[in-house]
Design a protein around this ligand. Structure first.
Ligand code: DGL
Length: 282
């Protein structure tokens, strides 16, 4: 009897940040197979244009589809903000209408309604995510009465990428971005960490956050949203293989990826370097 091909859940990020989401997915849904792809060679995405983020994200999604994934999660806020809608509404119909791509912004937007008392919510993210207004649009679609304030934190991803997340230098940039957020509205009582890199800075962010403010980190929210999604879509759930495998791909050097990944994922990984760009034949 021929073996059913593996169909892991694809988890995509521009680099390492999505590993903070994968960590929670594995904790919550351990029985599934997962295939992580970090586009480290082209990270960061946060400062890139719409067209570029869309092009890169689509190439990575196609790669994960070709690797057998029926379901791909964009575990990157910038990709979710700039590429998800076009991929869902345009590309999936052309590639394979039965496959699914999900993002991280909608589940986070859904969560804030039950958390805020003051109806004033802050969003911290990359410049690209903030400029896209995706959080404002998604939250106000669900909760029109909630006031959404945003602040980009252009130095936070480089701090994390350079291993400076626990340094004194990080304090300055964290305080600066938080001050710029709260000066917009002192009534903010809930703050979304709208970038998958930011959980690494969570201790420092908590240190400088005004007392009583609720901090929303996406990993658990995305994991519980996926549980709910798979329960509501048994046809997709059935297609996802469940042999508890975890595989890691990077578009840059795999030794470097493995050195950094443990900090984000919480355990050592062994990755493979791949190329996601279509080969030009001619
Ligand atoms: N992981 C990305 C996000 O969640 C941030 C890193 C980048 O700029 O590529 O937006």
């Amino acid at each position: 009897m021929s073996q059913k091909p593996s169909s892991p859940i694809g988890v995509f990020d521009s680099g390492y940040g999505g590993l903070t989401i994968l960590k929670e997915l594995v904790k919550t849904l351990p029985e599934y197979d997962y295939l992580y792809l970090g586009d480290n060679a082209r990270a960061p995405y946060g400062t890139r244009s719409y067209d570029t983020v869309y092009k890169f994200t689509l190439e990575c999604v196609r790669y994960l589809f070709d690797a057998g994934c029926q379901l791909v999660i964009l575990a990157c806020n910038t990709a979710s903000a700039k590429a998800l809608r076009t991929i869902q509404q345009h590309d999936l119909a052309l590639i394979d209408p039965n496959r699914r791509v999900l993002g991280v912004i909608r589940p986070s937007a859904e969560a804030v309604g039950a958390l805020t008392q003051t109806q004033s919510v802050g969003v911290l993210g990359t410049t690209g995510t903030v400029k896209s207004e995706s959080y404002v649009i998604e939250i106000q679609k669900l909760f029109p009465h909630i006031h959404v304030l945003q602040q980009d934190c252009p130095m936070w991803v480089p701090l994390v990428e350079n291993g400076e997340y626990d340094s004194l230098g990080a304090d300055y940039f964290i305080q600066e971005s938080l001050a710029k957020l709260f000066v917009q509205d002192a009534a903010i009582d809930t703050v979304i960490l709208g970038c998958t890199h930011y959980p690494l800075l969570i201790n420092k962010i908590r240190q400088f956050l005004p007392a009583g403010v609720c901090l929303v980190s996406q990993g658990e929210i995305v994991a519980h949203s996926l549980v709910d999604y798979l329960r509501r879509h048994p046809d997709i759930d059935e297609k996802c293989s469940k042999s508890r495998t975890r595989s890691f791909l990077t578009t840059d050097n795999n030794d470097i990826f493995d050195q950094h990944a443990a900090v984000f994922f919480g355990e050592r990984v062994s990755s493979t370097q791949v190329s996601v760009t279509p080969r030009i034949v001619g």
